[in-house]
Design a protein around this ligand. Structure first.
Ligand SMILES: [Zn+2]
Length: 363
């Protein structure tokens, strides 16, 4: 997905907000109803402990598998050609299996186990593109949600929901690209929860893979400025943190020191781990977020084959941009597009946003 497509979707989302405001009101009432029925958000009654939920998910994956009874009692995150069904507030527009009016067998072939709510309701993700052309419009009408550009969704959703959307997309992609055994070349088959594939011939079991990516917010040693960079595939005007794959044989710290040296020509003096996040764009990655210090006296030497731009911003510039993207992300992003704003930092669904936020809180 390139930035043009992201902004086509962004523009659509903005128009949508402007013309169908009643949808969010409808969803507010729907969410309250859902909480009282399934998630008990305001009370502790009926909630399972973390350990209970993990044991139930493990049992489903490793022993019982997904059955018709299980899917009838769960709730579904729908995808159409890689885009999730969301409300206009970028929340998951959960649907019941019964709402889809499809055979359980067809559902199971296109679904995966996503997780479980605190109240013990299983969560699934399902791709509906193979369910017939009428279903897409039917679920849009019924849910009043919309299939939303995947990358825009990740940036705009809450952290907890973007984690679910990211996980589902990564697992669907892995199964699509790994239909045969890497050991003997024979076809493999997925299990019912989609947590693994087993080779028909040699019975080797394969699990979805992910790659470690170091992502780092760089500050000078006096903590007066922050380094942010632009990749060509970023939405127009967005400046983010330096990121790159950790190579085989490297520690996280070595990978980050190398990426900063390669991409902007600076020497990292210290690296501190802060947080991690799964990110399924463009492939399945474990983003490992750090803060780093450089001396600030070296000149930037930007690798233009990797980056479109890299700049030092004052702490106040970054703080203003963060506050703007927090308070009104769509307006802030579109104001850059229209030329009334210089830059923006990534929205809330991203680890870069969290790294910038935590740096500003603690410095
Ligand atoms: Zn095999």
């Amino acid at each position: 997905m390139n930035s043009r497509n992201v902004f086509r979707a962004l523009a659509g989302a903005i128009r949508f907000n402007g013309t169908k405001l009643n949808r969010s009101q409808w969803y507010s009432s729907r969410k309250c109803h859902s909480n009282s029925k399934n998630e008990s958000g305001q009370t502790n009654s009926g909630q399972l402990s973390y350990v209970q939920r993990m044991k139930m998910l493990q049992n489903l994956r490793e022993k019982t598998g997904m059955t018709e009874e299980v899917i009838r009692n769960g709730k579904c995150l729908l995808y159409f050609k890689g885009d999730p069904l969301l409300t206009d507030d970028f929340e998951i527009a959960w649907m019941d299996f019964a709402d889809l009016c499809v055979e359980p067998k067809l559902f199971l072939e296109n679904a995966l186990l996503l997780g479980m709510t605190d109240a013990g309701q299983f969560q699934f993700a399902v791709q509906i593109a193979g369910f017939g052309p009428e279903l897409k419009q039917a679920v849009i009408n019924k849910s009043q949600g919309n299939f939303t550009d995947f990358r825009l969704s990740l940036m705009m959703m809450s952290t907890s929901e973007s984690a679910l959307a990211s996980k589902a997309k990564a697992i669907f992609n892995w199964h699509r690209r790994n239909t045969h055994c890497a050991k003997c070349g024979s076809p493999s088959a997925r299990n019912s929860t989609a947590s693994c594939r087993t080779c028909h011939k040699c019975e080797e079991v394969w699990y979805p893979s992910l790659s470690p990516v170091g992502i780092v917010l760089v500050a000078d040693s006096l903590k007066t400025k922050l380094l942010l960079v632009r990749q060509g595939r970023h939405p127009k005007g967005m400046y983010s943190c330096i990121a790159g794959y950790v190579d085989s044989g490297e520690t996280l710290e070595e990978g980050i020191r190398r990426e900063v040296a390669e991409e902007v020509g600076l020497t990292v003096l210290s690296v501190d781990y802060k947080a991690s996040q799964h990110w399924s764009f463009p492939t399945s990655n474990l983003m490992i977020g750090c803060h780093a210090i450089v001396s600030g006296n070296e000149a930037l030497d930007v690798d233009t084959s990797e980056l479109e731009d890299a700049r030092w911003f004052t702490v106040e510039e970054v703080r203003r941009s963060l506050n703007a993207i927090k308070s009104n992300p769509l307006e802030t992003m579109s104001s850059v597009k229209e030329g009334t704003n210089n830059f923006f930092v990534p929205p809330r669904g991203t680890l870069a946003h969290a790294l910038i936020d935590s740096w500003l809180i603690n410095n």
